[in-house]
Design a protein around this ligand. Structure first.
Ligand code: SF4
Length: 450
């Protein structure tokens, strides 16, 4: 067995279940020089707002910030696709010296005239935070001149971690909410928060809710529309997926408009069913609950026999999970269990103490639980635990492949829907195909430290 490499100062951000009473240090800035897997504040904002498809997204900063997040979500839209263009003010040395406000104003006017967006989001980057451009003033001026909401997103990359980017995005959206007409919204209505429609999952989830007789007012933000978000305060309930990204908006809407919220996950069979039951319970409508049960029954009848085939092939394999928000990790632990795979390592970029406490409750003895990890640690953990499949995002993929370990993308870049009942089958298939791929005979598992 190998001993994982842990940088001095990070020891308390790792817990091995069963070796000591539970305690973990988290929800803080990354250790300098640790090469955290986290992204910057700006990137955190960008990933939340990006799927709003009829808005203009203008990155005020050097071109590199815009390129870094260009098409970052790949979020699908059922209509306009303005979100997929990445606009930048392309700040240069002279702008840094003399200020970039004029350039920002000119860019906004040109882009709004050319693309006629429903709203514009203007992202602040590191350099803008340093030179002190007044985004608020420029946005206010353009709002008055062009008659659409132009919203500054105060997301200077250096000012914290990705979680603060989520908050900046939520604050920008909160300025939109409450500005639309709520006439005609049904009594049983919800907003879907925290799904980003990477591969069409929000359409599936909306369909489940609509089959239960519920009106979906706004998608926040997958396949999102500005006008829907403007009237989102007319919904009866905010249904929030993921622990970090949009919870702040739900909190703001509760404080401002008295809209309650529930937290759900659409990943894995148990959590998907629980999400439908949670919403039906909230509306206290027996007919709605019966419809939810019928959906679950119908979907499981199709799904379970197929899952059994994958379970037979995968039983006893070992998995590691490293994702952005810990809420997704809860679902993945259960989903792996359903197909016979043991989770031996699980971590997240932005989990809270409560999140990690829950993770240690649902995982087996010996599982490594890690906060804000880095490639060095992750590589060592994968080797130490002799992991067969690693689930993560774009930055985790090369770690797995270099070690000859199968990989499943559960983040920005995937093209396969992994949410809902249909998504569980896709997940099982993808894990199976990656673990069993003949390619591994040419890339043997590396069992020594790299
Ligand atoms: S905002 Fe700052 S940290 Fe983020 S991509 Fe731009 S320069 Fe890099």
């Amino acid at each position: 067995m190998q001993t994982a490499t842990v940088l001095h100062g990070r020891e308390n951000q790792i817990h091995r279940k069963g070796t000591a009473p539970f305690a973990i240090d988290c929800n803080k800035d990354s250790l300098a020089g640790a090469v955290s897997q986290r992204a910057c504040v700006f990137c955190g904002s960008r990933v939340v707002l990006y799927p709003i498809a009829d808005a203009l997204h203008l990155v005020h900063g050097p071109i590199g910030c815009a390129v870094y997040t260009w098409d970052i979500r790949g979020a699908l839209s059922s209509g306009p696709e303005l979100h997929r263009l990445s606009f930048s003010t392309d700040l240069q040395e002279m702008d840094v010296i003399f200020g970039g406000e004029k350039k920002l104003y000119a860019a906004l006017i040109e882009l709004i005239d050319r693309h006629r967006p429903k709203a514009a989001f203007v992202y602040s980057t590191c350099i803008v935070g340093l030179i002190g451009d007044d985004l608020e003033a420029v946005c206010r001026r353009v709002t008055e001149e062009k008659g659409i909401p132009v919203l500054p997103v105060m997301s200077e990359g250096f000012k914290g971690n990705k979680r603060e980017g989520y908050q900046a995005a939520c604050r920008a959206m909160a300025r939109l909410v409450g500005t639309g007409d709520t006439a005609g919204i049904a009594k049983h209505s919800i907003n879907i928060l925290g799904d980003f429609n990477l591969a069409g999952e929000i359409w599936l989830i909306r369909d489940y809710f609509q089959r239960m007789g519920i009106e979906v007012v706004a998608n926040i933000t997958g396949d999102g529309r500005v006008d829907d978000i403007r009237r989102a305060h007319g919904a009866g309930l905010n249904v929030v997926q993921c622990s970090g990204a949009t919870m702040d908006l739900a909190t703001m809407m509760r404080e401002e408009y008295g809209i309650p919220s529930v937290r759900v996950s659409y990943f894995g069979v148990e959590d998907m069913a629980e999400a439908l039951y949670t919403v039906a319970t909230f509306f206290a409508d027996p007919e709605m609950m019966e419809k939810a049960r019928a959906i679950v029954r119908e979907e499981l009848e199709k799904l379970l026999p197929e899952l059994q085939r994958y379970k037979a092939a995968l039983a006893g394999k070992k998995a590691a999970i490293y994702v952005g928000g810990a809420f997704k990790a809860f679902s993945l632990v259960k989903a792996f269990r359903l197909i016979g795979i043991d989770v031996v390592m699980v971590g997240s970029q932005t989990g809270t103490v409560e999140d990690y406490e829950e993770l240690q409750q649902i995982t087996d003895e010996g599982t490594i639980i890690v906060d804000d990890s880095n490639p060095l640690e992750l590589s060592a953990f994968l080797q130490e635990k002799e992991v067969d499949v690693f689930v993560g995002g774009v930055k985790e993929r090369p770690i797995a492949y270099k070690l000859g370990v199968a990989f499943c993308d559960h983040n920005h870049e995937r093209k396969e829907m992994l949410a809902g009942f249909a998504g569980m089958l896709n997940f099982a298939r993808e894990v199976h195909d990656s673990v069993m791929s003949p390619v591994w005979q040419f890339v043997p598992r590396r069992t020594k430290e790299i």
